[in-house]
Design a protein around this ligand. Structure first.
Ligand code: GUN
Ligand code: ZN
Length: 447
């Protein structure tokens, strides 16, 4: 498309139905709209269809170049996976017969140790990035392994395919369960600095390092506090796990008896920041949730994992009431599915199950969980000024959904558009995801 000199050139214009969330409304359905994406990848305008001629003149595009969405098609923001272990994708869908600590010992640590081999890593990492993109994950927050070079490879692969991502080299200076999978404290710090600085120096536009102390049981306080200083000095994000499962919490108490609780341990070591995302939080007390709020730290709700590993449940409604930022995570492979659509469904089930157990709790609406999967996820990763919905000025991370796709796993009858969207969220899959955009770039994934 051509441009005049005064204003940015327009790369795509879409016409049709859009659905997104705002902080005022968990789901806003906008029909008969035109949305323009500039060559910078940002949304330049979002207006009513009847403005199209005026817009064409102002922005210098040809109305014939407008992409008209077909009947029942709609655009929605890209899905945000706030917690996924890329190396564990090799056993996603298997090894689900144990609870957290034996699961780590018997399956996870021995598997992750194999990622010292970069050829092994390349194969799995290519597949997990492709799979998550196909499933509509435009932003992923990854744990890799303790190996710096394989972790850098994951960042290269995400950048290559165009996915927006945070990548963490996993930090562990303790491992009683599987002693050969850890580093000594000083090596871990040196390697983490090398990882962060190398990745920052690559200047990838949308793939960034994230400091990743695995969890309290695998880190000394010295490591945690040095890592938090590194995060401050490089102005980068932090991720870890918290209060996932009861045996884990008992072990944390025994290991750090001087700390009041799990949250105060992390707080004392400066790990709770506005750029922190902690997975799970199933067993956090209200006082601990309030510490999240005070520090502006976020939770990643990973319901598939919490159910599959019999860990517990996060009461999302309560955490939201306490103004904690929350996104959804797959937690592959504790969670068996690499799809945020699955996380949407498991989050709905969890909320309803909590209501069955205690009718005084509020049930989440499907619109609220849609917001968690998109805008909430962007907020949990402190990216809500960049992505998460179709506000003008944000980058265009989006999915073009075709409910009538060949082989679609659901039918549309004479449904209203709201029900079509709801059916996609509950029943749809990658066959319905016709196009995936990150920062205005159509990432066509031909197999
Ligand atoms: N806690 C520490 N490591 C892990 C992990 O790999 N998965 C999950 N679900 N919890 C953890
Ligand atoms: Zn995890």
């Amino acid at each position: 498309m051509s441009a005049n000199n005064e204003i940015p050139s327009i790369k795509h214009v879409f016409k049709g139905t859009l659905v997104h969330s705002t902080w005022n409304s968990p789901m806003e359905i906008l029909e008969n709209r035109v949305l323009g994406v500039g060559s910078s990848g940002k949304i330049e305008f979002l207006e009513e269809e009847k403005q199209q001629e005026k817009l064409a003149e102002k922005w210098g595009f040809n109305v014939l170049d407008i992409k008209q969405l077909n009947n029942n098609e709609f655009l929605m923001p890209g899905l945000v996976d706030t917690h996924i272990h890329a190396p564990q994708y090799s056993f996603a869908g298997a090894a689900l017969d144990k609870q957290l600590l034996p699961w780590l010992q018997d399956y996870t640590y021995p598997t992750e140790a194999k990622y010292k081999d970069q050829d092994f890593a390349r194969n799995v990492y290519t597949k997990v990035v492709r799979r998550t993109l196909r499933n509509g994950t435009t932003t992923a927050c990854y744990f890799a392994t303790i190996h710096t070079d394989s972790s850098l490879l994951l960042a290269d692969i995400a950048n290559h395919f165009g996915q927006r991502a945070f990548v963490g080299k996993v930090c562990m200076d303790k491992n009683e369960m599987y002693p050969e999978y850890k580093e000594d404290t000083s090596t871990c710090l040196i390697e983490t600095k090398r990882f962060v600085d190398t990745l920052l120096n690559k200047k990838y536009p949308r793939v960034k390092p994230i400091i990743t102390p695995r969890f309290a049981l695998s880190c000394t306080e010295e490591l945690m506090s040095e890592l938090s200083k590194l995060a401050v000095s490089r102005d980068v994000h932090i991720q870890s796990h918290i209060s996932e499962e009861k045996e884990e919490i008992q072990s944390v108490k025994a290991m750090f008896p001087h700390q009041e609780n799990y949250c105060s341990l992390y707080e004392a070591n400066q790990l709770l920041t506005p750029k922190t995302v902690m997975a799970h939080g199933c067993h956090l007390s209200d006082e601990e949730l309030d510490l999240f709020k005070v520090h502006g730290a976020a939770l990643s709700h990973c319901p598939n994992s919490n159910i599959s590993m019999c860990s517990g449940h996060l009461d999302v409604s309560n955490a939201l009431k306490r103004k904690v930022k929350i996104g959804l995570g797959t937690d592959v492979a504790g969670g068996y599915s690499a799809s945020i659509l699955d996380a949407f469904r498991r989050a709905m089930d969890t909320s309803k199950m909590l209501f069955i157990q205690d009718p005084t709790v509020d049930v989440l609406t499907y619109q609220e969980v849609f917001r968690l999967a998109t805008l909430g996820g962007s907020q949990a990763l402190a990216l809500d000024d960049v992505i998460g919905n179709f506000e003008v000025g944000k980058e265009f991370d989006a999915l073009l959904i075709n409910p009538g796709a060949e082989g679609s796993p659901f039918e549309v009858f004479s449904d209203c558009i709201e029900d079509v969207i709801q059916k996609f969220l509950y029943l749809g899959d990658d066959r319905n995801i016709k196009e995936v955009y990150v920062a205005g770039r159509n990432l066509s994934l031909t197999d």
